[in-house]
Write a protein that binds this ligand. Structure first.
Ligand SMILES: Cc1cc2nc3c(=O)[nH]c(=O)nc-3n(C[C@H](O)[C@H](O)[C@H](O)COP(=O)(O)OP(=O)(O)OC[C@H]3O[C@@H](n4cnc5c(N)ncnc54)[C@H](O)[C@@H]3O)c2cc1C
Length: 444
């Protein structure tokens, strides 16, 4: 919808008319999936609050949005999309001059025994949120198991724990949040345990025990059985490219569609793609990666829409910045972690500091840890990670992200003119101390 709206704006600004049809198999448009865990937690009153623009509003703006309609086949030779009305089964054949693929991602649901039982939820769409809230309201579960300790898993764990459910998070990785290095993930682990959330790492799920009524009642993990009245799966997503691949569009090594800097699908003029279904250029590793985030999808959609509407725009790439939280613990990262640096063949050094969010003598000073990675020899900034009690710990990642974006060294970041007053930070911000340590280590 971001691409469609921008295409319309761009075309109109140059006095041109374009006809835009959007096919959406669901019933909602332009909503914040990112807000779903906070709706489940009770911070957001109802799903309508998460919807930025309804199909009716888009139609009023001049976009022919067809909800409940699935694109089932794309023929690039005849330039026709076959679209099925999911209510009637009727298939319509829509010709096009230009095609946009923005099919998002599909959540991974491993074929384990009992994985389709009632009470085992995914959490990707507003309807998934409605189904989960129905389970919470109708069955009054006491014990919840969250499978996967990535950002969606920890946010759902927060929601359950705040609703008073006894919550266990299971992940096969050695520490939660595998987008962090394990030493930083270990800090998340400890703090989640202190919040009363049971965290089982290095633990793979073997299956789900289902009661005679068809509802989940336990999760099998090795020799252990974890009783569960409700389960949420948060084990990641992959690019939703089945339709595009069947049409012959090219995929990269990461599994996402291959696009150029204008979001045009490589080798296919007049075919565009953006969001969770594409791979993006990572400015730090200089490689194409699949990092499905709303921040990338929105920016890519705008670039795509400008080009589609007859203008010219390029997507400048990503550095892999993300933020999340579990209760008052803020978790943020940007750039390469140790594994990513090694995979990119970059020798690195690290600097870590345990400090406080504000001057230590101020009320409300809470603990935070910052880790910075710098390239050995040059001290080029490679990445940063933050784990700390909020408010105010996690959003410091934006200073690191901007430094990374502008190819600064760790020394540059250590000496940057950042804001200071005691209620906001120590005189040397923890980010700067970690950067200085990383720079020193990089030059050893
Ligand atoms: C619970 C949750 C929390 C998140 N939190 C954050 C966050 O805090 N920060 C962040 O940056 N990102 C977050 N994200 C990720 C973010 O929501 C996605 O990156 C973003 O929605 C991707 O946008 P998109 O348009 O590419 O895909 P989507 O928003 O998934 O849209 C794709 C649409 O295509 C439709 N579709 C697919 N195939 C077809 C077809 N064949 N025919 C018709 N319609 C089709 C789907 O129904 C879907 O509506 C979160 C995601 C979830 C699920």
């Amino acid at each position: 919808m971001s691409a469609a709206s921008q295409a319309l704006r761009t075309a109109r600004s140059t006095g041109r008319e374009i006809g835009l049809t959007v096919l959406e198999r669901g019933r909602w448009t332009s909503y914040s999936a990112c807000g779903i865990p906070y709706w489940v937690a009770g911070d957001v009153p109802d799903p309508a609050a998460l919807v930025a623009r309804t199909p009716e509003q888009h139609r009023a703006a001049g976009i022919d949005v067809r909800v409940g309609t699935e694109a089932v086949e794309v023929d690039l030779h005849t330039r026709v999309v076959h679209a099925r009305d999911l209510a009637t089964g009727h298939v319509e054949h829509l010709g096009f001059d230009q095609l946009v693929v923005a099919t998002g991602a599909v959540p991974i649901r491993p074929e384990l025994p009992g994985v389709w039982a009632d009470g085992v939820h995914g959490l990707q769409t507003l309807d998934d949120g409605i189904a989960l809230l129905d389970t919470l309201a109708g069955r009054h579960p006491q014990r919840a198991v969250v499978v996967g300790a990535g950002y969606i898993g920890v946010e759902v764990a927060e929601a359950f724990s705040r609703r008073g459910l006894q919550t266990t998070v299971v992940d096969q990785a050695p520490e939660p949040m595998t987008t962090l290095d394990p030493d930083m993930g270990a800090r998340v682990h400890t703090q989640m345990e202190q919040m009363g959330i049971d965290v089982r790492t290095s633990t793979a799920v073997d299956g789900f025990e289902v009661g005679p009524d068809g509802w989940v009642r336990a999760v099998h993990v090795g020799a252990d059985t974890l009783p569960a009245d409700v389960v949420v799966l948060g084990i990641g997503v992959r690019a939703n490219v089945a339709l595009a691949a069947a049409a012959g569009l090219p995929l990269g090594d990461s599994g996402g569609l291959r696009v150029d800097r204008r979001q045009s699908v490589v080798g296919h003029e007049g075919v565009w793609a953006a969001g969770d279904c594409v791979e993006s250029f990572d400015r730090v590793s200089q490689s194409w990666r699949h990092i499905p985030l709303g921040t990338h999808a929105n920016r890519q959609g705008r670039v795509l829409g400008t080009n589609l509407g007859g203008g010219y725009a390029t997507f400048p790439g990503i550095v892999g910045t993300a933020i999340s939280k579990v209760c008052d613990l803020e978790i943020a990262r940007t750039g390469l972690d140790e594994r990513g640096a090694t995979a990119s063949g970059i020798a690195y050094a690290t600097g870590t500091v345990d400090s406080t969010t504000v001057a230590g003598y101020m009320p409300g000073a809470t603990l935070m840890t910052v880790k910075v990675l710098a390239e050995r020899g040059t001290a080029r900034l490679l990445g940063a990670q933050i784990v700390g009690q909020g408010p105010g710990a996690g959003k410091r990642i934006d200073a690191c992200a901007l430094a990374l974006w502008n190819e600064m060294t760790a020394d540059d970041l250590a000496m940057a003119d950042l804001a200071y007053a005691p209620p906001f930070s120590p005189v040397w911000d923890p980010v700067q101390i970690a950067a200085r340590r990383a720079a020193e280590a990089a030059r050893l």
